[in-house]
Design a protein around this ligand. Structure first.
Ligand SMILES: NC(=O)c1ccc[n+]([C@@H]2O[C@H](COP(=O)([O-])OP(=O)(O)OC[C@H]3O[C@@H](n4cnc5c(N)ncnc54)[C@H](OP(=O)(O)O)[C@@H]3O)[C@@H](O)[C@H]2O)c1
Length: 383
């Protein structure tokens, strides 16, 4: 029986992880859950999965959860310390890291320091602190298992050959809701339309990141840290159907891909059951479901976020952390209609231009650059 803690259990990835676990009660049990403010759903999850410890975002939510639950064996924690407790519960074999944005960094690092295996959805942790997080994982004996469908695909395709024989990694991207929208119309797209992703149903932040293709930029950075390849060995192809989840090209011309329906429960299941595979109750693929597979090159002019990510990765140091911090502020400003859609990437680009990169080998250094980036982005948006 694998014992699991979930950071972000009320979110899109958290809920789908619990769905996978529900179908395999003989293989998994839940020991810890952490959420933000969705007390109603967390209460239901506690009653169903009976974790020994849970955490919520703040003291007020903890009080609300306490009265909603009544007498219960589950201990309630809150805040950063609460999330740290959930990430480091002694009996947990695996921690699913699925909080959104920088909020996931400290608990994910705590899990790494505690030597836990980590099923990682929170890519921002690697974007902000890839060097620090991978060093802690390596030092303390855990492993990082990707939940992102693209990285799960690459992880599986890399098992088909030797590292030294890899020519390049090819990340696929659906292209988001604006793949066919003319560049000049992007400025005026609404929040509602940007939140309508054609193939994936996800939390708001990653949905907007998918629309700007910033998410793909972050995935390029994530791929570097997960698999250790140079930016020049990472390509991105547009593949609107989201069936080929990514590919690895080897030096002999063989291209190995992993395919499947666009259902996040598939990579989640692989990450939590690794190295085994577990049966899933999703319908089998058919010739019809694979009948239209198309690929095209990325339009870097229309989606400059991807060039920004490659540049930030090549520059290295604190640049990726600055990119993430500025993006989080800009996405929040777009969602609250303070700036337009193209203002997101313009803001991130300006903040990156103003930043002088420094070493990113300590948590303090990356948090300082993250704070700097957020202030700079707010200042630019305010102006
Ligand atoms: N969704 C996908 O299909 C998908 C695919 C690949 C990767 N990812 C990555 O997975 C991560 C989660 O994405 P998501 O779509 O699941 O996001 P989401 O639906 O917005 O869920 C985020 C979770 O984090 C919790 N949370 C947010 N801020 C918090 C805070 N300050 N303290 C404690 N908990 C907090 C939320 O709690 P409440 O809701 O209770 O407030 C919720 O449980 C992201 O890094 C994303 O890039 C997602």
């Amino acid at each position: 029986m694998k014992k699991i803690s979930i950071l972000g259990s009320t979110g899109s990835i958290g809920r789908q992880t619990l769905d996978v676990i529900s179908n395999h009660p003989e293989k998994f049990s839940i020991v810890g859950l952490s959420a933000g403010k969705n007390i109603e759903l967390l209460k239901e999850q506690i009653i169903k999965y009976r974790p020994s410890e849970v955490s919520v975002e703040n003291e007020e939510s903890a009080r609300e959860l306490g009265s909603a639950l009544g007498t219960s064996d589950t201990k309630i924690h809150y805040g950063e310390e609460g999330a740290r407790i959930i990430a480091t519960i002694d009996e947990a074999d695996l921690v699913v890291s699925a909080m959104v944005g920088a909020s996931g960094l400290r608990p994910t690092l705590a899990a790494a320091r505690a030597g836990k295996d980590i099923a990682l959805a929170n890519k921002e942790s690697l974007v902000i602190a890839g060097e620090v997080l991978t060093a802690e994982v390596g030092k303390n004996g855990g492993i990082l298992l990707p939940i992102d469908s693209e990285h799960s695909a690459i992880f599986q395709a890399l098992a088909c050959g030797q590292r030294g024989d890899v020519k390049r990694l090819i990340l696929t991207a659906s292209g988001g809701p604006f793949l066919k929208t003319p560049k000049e119309e992007l400025e005026n797209v609404s929040v509602e339309v940007a939140l309508n992703h054609p193939t994936w149903k996800m939390g708001k932040k990653i949905t907007i990141d998918s629309a700007t293709l910033m998410n793909k930029g972050f995935e390029v950075i994530e791929a570097k840290w997960l698999f250790g390849f140079d930016p020049d060995q990472i390509s991105v192809w547009i593949h609107p159907q989201s069936i080929v989840h990514s590919m690895v090209e080897y030096i002999d011309g063989s291209v190995i891909s992993q395919m499947g329906k666009p259902d996040m429960r598939i990579p989640i299941a692989y990450a939590i059951s690794y190295p085994e595979r577990i049966s899933m109750n999703c319908s089998s693929v058919s010739p019809e479901s694979f009948s239209e597979l198309s690929f095209e090159a990325v339009d870097f002019e229309k989606f400059p976020s991807l060039s920004l990510a490659f540049d930030a990765l090549r520059e290295g140091g604190t640049m990726p952390s600055v990119m993430n911090g500025a993006n989080e502020v800009a996405v929040a400003a777009f969602l609250s209609e303070e700036i337009g859609f193209t203002g997101i990437v313009t803001t991130v680009g300006k903040v990156l231009e103003l930043h002088k990169t420094g070493p990113a080998d300590t948590l303090e250094a990356v948090l300082e650059s993250d704070g700097w980036a957020r202030n700079k982005a707010r200042e630019l948006i305010g102006n």
